[in-house]
Ligand binder design. Structure first.
Ligand code: FE2
Length: 411
């Protein structure tokens, strides 16, 4: 089925003479002969499927995959079988679990992590830290626990110049996810490394976006990943192996700080409310298969408590929310629009990151929204791999405090 789907998706692009990105096998062999080291072993001498179609990864990506021993002879990327029905997706997370966040057992001073780093720099007051001089693939467990704590506190942490295989990225994600990462049921992934998904315009359907796409919405705008899951991702790790020379920055905003920007009275209104969240993709309803596809809906606290920092964070994003449970749509829209506006427009609680090839960003998906600046149209490729470490089922502890309350800065 996956094979059929790939062929169906690409069936209009079988003309290798006029297509750079979508190539048949003979074209890939030609391309690799021109641009890749001779030791590469992507393609078998004989193909079991004569019409197999490939997308050719960018050169940096090819080198990374080769170094990691990833075999893409059966195609790149790997497409899992897409679930057909809403009910299939809802069944994917029924084993609710006790999640122990590695950050809860970390040394608060993070001596093992900071002691091994050459430099640690906070990028703004509210969010973002860069660490220089460490390889993520070489961290010991103590350092990983401290990294989790740092990400929980600073919301996003960056590491440039990483030598990181998809497998090592997956392993770090499994550790941070207390044994579980998201194995996405339908998006493009690295072959043979389930759970390492691709952030690559060539497969994410973003070719239609242009400069004239004003204030992108939906998945193109500010969002939090996979909020429809029963226990959505916490630590999320994007490694960019190929980036344009200029453009394609990613921005994050702090949910701790967005919450702190609300008046004490408004915070009291929000505390204890539940949001209704939706999946990025629609699916058919098994009870009414001919109806238009619909999204999976899941209820979570609108303000959630972070299990490591114990801070309250607003858990809202414009792209993947339906409303607030129990409110009329107009009431819900009024409240959510204000939350989104504060969260998205307050530049003092945001960080903007300029990528270089081989950079990792690990963010806390529970307490942030993020978006990309799509300003690189036609000016270079952008390919990354993402691992989403699953976290706890979101909860709200009425005894928890905001970050500024905890720090005695409430005003
Ligand atoms: Fe995302």
């Amino acid at each position: 089925m996956a094979q059929n789907r790939r062929q169906k998706k690409l069936s209009g692009s079988m003309r290798c003479s006029d297509c750079v990105l979508l190539l048949c096998k003979s074209s890939v062999q030609e391309y690799l002969a021109r641009s890749a080291p001779s030791s590469l072993h992507y393609l078998p001498a004989m193909s079991p499927v004569a019409t197999e179609v490939f997308k050719t990864p960018p050169a940096n990506t090819l080198r990374r995959l080769e170094k990691a021993g990833i075999d893409i002879s059966q195609g790149y990327p790997y497409w899992p079988n897409k679930p057909e029905f809403v009910q299939d997706v809802e069944k994917l997370q029924t084993n609710l679990r006790e999640y122990v966040d590695p950050g809860t057992r970390a040394d608060p001073e993070k001596k093992a992590l900071f002691g091994a780093a050459k430099k640690v720099t906070d990028l703004s007051i509210h969010i973002g830290t860069e660490i220089v001089g460490l390889q993520l693939s070489e961290l010991n467990d103590k350092q990983k626990d401290e990294l989790a704590l740092l990400v929980a506190e600073r919301s996003v942490v960056f590491f440039r110049d990483q030598e990181l295989s998809p497998q090592a990225q997956r392993d770090l994600g499994v550790y941070l996810g207390d044994g579980e990462i998201e194995i996405h049921p339908q998006v493009a992934q690295v072959p043979s490394v389930p759970g390492v998904t691709l952030i690559w315009g060539e497969v994410n359907g973003r070719q239609a976006r242009t400069f004239r796409t004003a204030y992108p919405s939906g998945n193109y705008g500010w969002h939090t990943d996979l909020v429809h899951l029963a226990y959505p991702p916490g630590y999320t790790h994007l490694h960019q192996d190929t980036v344009p020379e200029n453009g394609g920055d990613t921005l994050w905003a702090s949910g701790y700080s967005a919450y702190d920007k609300f008046s004490p009275t408004f915070r009291k209104i929000l505390d204890g409310l539940n949001g209704i969240y939706k999946s990025a993709h629609p699916y058919k309803d098994v009870n009414d298969p001919s109806a238009p596809p619909r999204h999976v809906h899941t209820v979570h606290p609108l303000v959630r408590t972070h299990p490591v920092t114990k801070f309250k964070t607003v858990f809202a994003n414009r792209a993947l929310m339906v409303g607030i449970e129990g409110l009329d749509q107009a009431e819900s829209d009024a409240i959510l629009n204000h939350i989104h506006d504060v969260y998205e427009r307050s530049t003092d609680i945001q960080v903007r990151w300029k990528w270089t090839p081989g950079t990792s960003a690990i963010w806390d998906n529970r307490s942030t929204i993020h978006t990309v600046s799509f300003d690189y149209e036609g000016k270079g490729e952008r390919h990354g791999t993402r691992v989403s470490s699953l976290a706890e089922t979101p909860f709200f502890d009425p005894e928890s405090k905001s970050r500024r309350e905890t720090l005695g800065l409430d005003d």
